[in-house]
Design a protein around this ligand. Sequence first.
Ligand SMILES: Nc1ncnc2c1ncn2[C@@H]1O[C@H](COP(=O)(O)OP(=O)(O)OC[C@H]2O[C@@H]([n+]3cccc(C(=O)O)c3)[C@H](O)[C@@H]2O)[C@@H](O)[C@H]1O
Ligand SMILES: Nc1ncnc2c1ncn2[C@@H]1O[C@H](COP(=O)(O)OP(=O)(O)OP(=O)(O)O)[C@@H](O)[C@H]1O
Ligand SMILES: [Mg+2]
Length: 246
Amino acid sequence: MEEKIAKLVQWIQEKVKDSGLNGAIVGVSGGIDSAVVAHLIKRAFPEDSLGVIMPCKSDPKDQEYALEVIESCGISHTTIDLSETHTVLFSAMEKQLKEKGEWNEETSRLGDANTRARLRMTTLYAVANNYGYLVVGTDNAAEWHTGYFTKYGDGGVDLVPLVNFTKGEVREMAKVLGVPDSIINKPPSAGLWEGQTDENEMGTTYNMIDSYLKGEEIPEKDKQIIDRMHKRTEHKRQLAYGPPKF
Ligand SMILES: Nc1ncnc2c1ncn2[C@@H]1O[C@H](COP(=O)(O)OP(=O)(O)OC[C@H]2O[C@@H]([n+]3cccc(C(=O)O)c3)[C@H](O)[C@@H]2O)[C@@H](O)[C@H]1O
Ligand SMILES: Nc1ncnc2c1ncn2[C@@H]1O[C@H](COP(=O)(O)OP(=O)(O)OP(=O)(O)O)[C@@H](O)[C@H]1O
Ligand SMILES: [Mg+2]
């Protein structure tokens, strides 16, 4: 794992150098994926890396976890609270659509949640622009395969160093990097609504997805869930495209 970490750090350094920019930035949620990325970019650019904590009506406990991550790697950080911005934007949209009688209550929770992820993306790019940094994403192989991320939200990034690492490998990497156990052992959550956990929402587990990606046998029920998620999210793994030339 130490060797893989060294290669990843070198890869990040090369990509930033190729871009002509100065360093790297990541949103730090208090979860394990962003903890690992924060450690990696701090190693790659000790003086030119930044972790951004962006509460958005989030559980205050998440911010404490995020600060633990910052402390564990010693990365520079800043906190930008997006709660008010989210309320202003989302309620303006809600008001207009309600006035037209076209508001869809049923889909609104996901719309609200994905707006949080996209506000974080917008914020990261604005801060990155200020420092001349690349935006580093945190998706791992399991999330990438299932499309379990918000298109142009947490999926809207410049580099995705963990994209070929299973969630299990991310956990191993976290231990080696010195991510606190409190972060490694808590249930993965997108934190997009109260009580959300990834595995409840997906209806399968990261262990199952990891096994499937490694070519191991898994129950038919889990296979079907994973295949369905993969197929429905194909569009998220490529940039917007047009028709062939005619
Ligand atoms: N075939 C197609 N071709 C091109 N575009 C297509 C499309 N089908 C949908 N779309 C577009 O994609 C949109 C749906 O995708 P998207 O907006 O991403 O939304 P969606 O996939 O419905 O929701 C995002 C999921 O990711 C989860 N998530 C988000 C953020 C972080 C994390 C985490 O683990 O931390 C997890 C979240 O809980 C939720 O389950 C549609 O509204 C439509 O605009
Ligand atoms: N409150 C937040 N502040 C800053 N960034 C955030 C916040 N919430 C989410 N993000 C960003 O969105 C990414 C996607 O979240 P995701 O839940 O998949 O990863 P994680 O929280 O790092 O790990 P875990 O899977 O353990 O929850 C995070 O890694 C982080 O970069
Ligand atoms: Mg999380």
